[in-house]
Ligand binder design. Structure first.
Ligand SMILES: NC(=O)c1ccc[n+]([C@@H]2O[C@H](COP(=O)([O-])OP(=O)(O)OC[C@H]3O[C@@H](n4cnc5c(N)ncnc54)[C@H](O)[C@@H]3O)[C@@H](O)[C@H]2O)c1
Length: 344
């Protein structure tokens, strides 16, 4: 991976922090990082060039594109599910129009460079929409083509963006007498909820798991907004980063679909609280149901079938439920909060 130029949008977010740390340790990669908010100093120090700006600013993106030849774009910038539900029009602009802007500069780059440019897209299990809890419990592991009836603006945006990616990769301006040269190599992962020991999430519906973890480590009571039996898939941040890098590195010929499920473990909210209780005996979780957010969780699968990812790009999570908590999450938050740093 030498001398590559990589653009990361949403660089100051949870995944951006982890991804940029990893990319900067991989060798001679020029990282161009963009976010609407100023990028934190430790992340900044790992980047070659920083842009503070909005992905809705097409002119800014064009200027950025003129100055660099990108090999890969990780398009992480988005409004997450809870925030998107509160501001659906804004979410549609940022999540869909912003992605369209990124796909446009990618197709221009691929035409000018005369080669495929990789576009790595973090989609979500929010693209699924099971009609009721009984169907969810009955359906088990969901395959990529099942239950694509999202009930949130975020899920709808993600599903549509996957389709946009497929269009730009395969059918862009297909009626032109001479279809434009160059192509987008669009690759997406439908992530489950991601739990990081380092950063606190904001604005996601799966946030109850990481919030419970951080509150337990801080010795504070947590009001959990879902029921005890709420169950969706999760993975830890190191595995999410590995998944992005593995999908990015997979040979083009091996990929049989544009978007893949990737799973790791799927505890219920009660099971998470019990694991935390063993590590932090003072853990207090009050299940204080928010029916509206619970309804969203009930529409997301209890688990995903990731056979295709395992077959095509060798996906295999390193962290099972046990390892995730005992070797990564609990030691990391213990260290973090014992250092009197209650800053986030
Ligand atoms: N964290 C998860 O559990 C999870 C699960 C599935 C998919 N994803 C997807 O992964 C991606 C990254 O998620 P994350 O957890 O790092 O989210 P995050 O909210 O921590 O980060 C998103 C970043 O995008 C930036 N951003 C928002 N609007 C922008 C705009 N208009 N222009 C430029 N930057 C903008 C934000 O400032 C933020 O730093 C998102 O696309 C998200 O949908 C995350």
């Amino acid at each position: 991976m030498s001398n590559k130029t990589i653009l990361v949008t949403g660089a100051n977010g949870e995944i951006g922090h982890g991804l940029i740390k990893h990319l900067s340790e991989c060798g001679d990669i020029h990282i161009i990082a963009m976010d609407i908010v100023p990028i934190d100093e430790p992340v900044k120090a790992r980047c070659h060039h920083i842009v503070t700006g909005d992905i809705l600013d097409a002119h800014l993106l064009e200027t950025l594109s003129t100055g660099h030849d990108f090999d890969t774009i990780y398009h992480l910038a988005a409004l997450l599910s809870t925030r998107a539900e509160r501001q659906p029009t804004l979410a549609h602009h940022v999540n869909v129009d912003g992605t369209l802007n990124l796909l446009e500069i990618t197709i221009t780059q691929s035409r000018l460079q005369g080669r495929r440019i990789k576009f790595i897209y973090p989609s979500s299990i929010a693209v699924y929409g099971l009609p009721d809890l009984e169907t969810k419990q009955r359906s088990g592991k969901i395959k990529e083509d099942q239950w694509l009836l999202p009930r949130t603006m975020y899920g709808i945006n993600k599903l549509y963006n996957e389709q946009l990616g497929r269009y730009y990769a395969n059918f862009y301006r297909q009626l032109d007498a001479e279809p434009p040269k160059g192509q987008i190599d669009f690759r997406g992962i439908r992530f489950p909820g991601i739990i990081s020991a380092v950063t606190m999430p904001t604005g996601g519906t799966s946030d109850f798991a990481p919030e419970m973890l951080h509150m337990a480590a801080k010795n504070m009571e947590y009001k959990c907004f879902v029921r005890e039996d709420a169950r969706i898939p999760f993975m830890v941040m190191p595995d999410a980063i590995t998944a992005l890098l593995k999908l990015q590195a997979a040979p083009f010929e091996k990929l049989t679909q544009a978007v893949y499920n990737a799973g790791a473990f799927n505890p219920s909210a009660l099971e998470i609280s019990q694991i935390l209780h063993k590590a932090f005996p003072n853990t207090k979780v009050k299940f204080d149901l928010d029916y509206r957010r619970q309804a969203i969780i009930d529409s997301w699968p209890a688990d995903v079938d990731d056979t295709a990812a395992r077959r095509d790009w060798d996906w295999k999570p390193e962290f099972s439920l046990d390892r995730a908590f005992s070797e990564y999450l609990i030691p990391a938050v213990q260290k973090r909060y014992s250092a009197n740093s209650y800053d986030s």
